[in-house]
Design a protein around this ligand. Sequence first.
Ligand SMILES: Nc1ncnc2c1ncn2[C@@H]1O[C@H](COP(=O)(O)OP(=O)(O)OP(=O)(O)O)[C@@H](O)[C@H]1O
Length: 231
Amino acid sequence: MLDTATVDPGASGVIAGFDHACLSHDDHIVFPELTLRIQQGDRIALLGRSGVGKSTLLEALRLRLDDQSAWCPQANALVPTLSAYHNIYMGRLAHFSRWQNLINLLRPDPTCWQEISELADTLGLDGLLRRQVDQLSGGQQQRVAIARALYQKRPVFIGDEPVASVDPRQGVRLLDLINARHQTCVVALHQRELALAHFDRIIGLDDGRIIIDAPANELSASDLDVLYVTD
Ligand SMILES: Nc1ncnc2c1ncn2[C@@H]1O[C@H](COP(=O)(O)OP(=O)(O)OP(=O)(O)O)[C@@H](O)[C@H]1O
């Protein structure tokens, strides 16, 4: 991914940003000239049609934030043949020694097991930790992906449609949980009502640029219609 400009993340509460940056996949330019500042404490919902560049922007942000970000990709980024426990544990692989990781693969470390069990319980995954991920439902897999990101224990949560495969009530609960554990969140969503109810700042993308960047309490669901108009 090409990225041509950066912003000093230390400046006045800004933790990451883009200044006339070009974000692309090889020769496919998604954002020709993106300018955006993410402030500490921002709770941002990223909206826009499929293919508009939400994942591209999140990925670029994730690279900027490096080990400050807890990354929750779309659910298919799990390792399907490993258990739910091991997928969640992978959130902190870098925190443990290679030897600890190897041992844990064969016999889960009791302290990690306890901590991951408690986390799994809060996500409604109790009793499923030993099960291979490819034997879980789409919604359960999505909760494993969220658990893995929460287990990273990092200040900024970056989620790529983390509640796309769960029912609306569960979506609300999961977003509350994510918000409670992170001061700063940037989350791509398709459900505009969830975005307005659970986030402070709405960023709407279209045609390679930001067309909405406003406080959620100044917007209504119909203000977001413009993001979903097709040609
Ligand atoms: N690895 C890649 N190589 C080339 N082009 C890509 C690649 N990944 C995405 N794109 C293109 O970049 C554009 C933005 O894709 P992106 O995945 O960021 O959109 P999105 O808004 O996240 O979509 P969705 O809501 O469907 O997940 C699309 O036109 C897509 O086809």
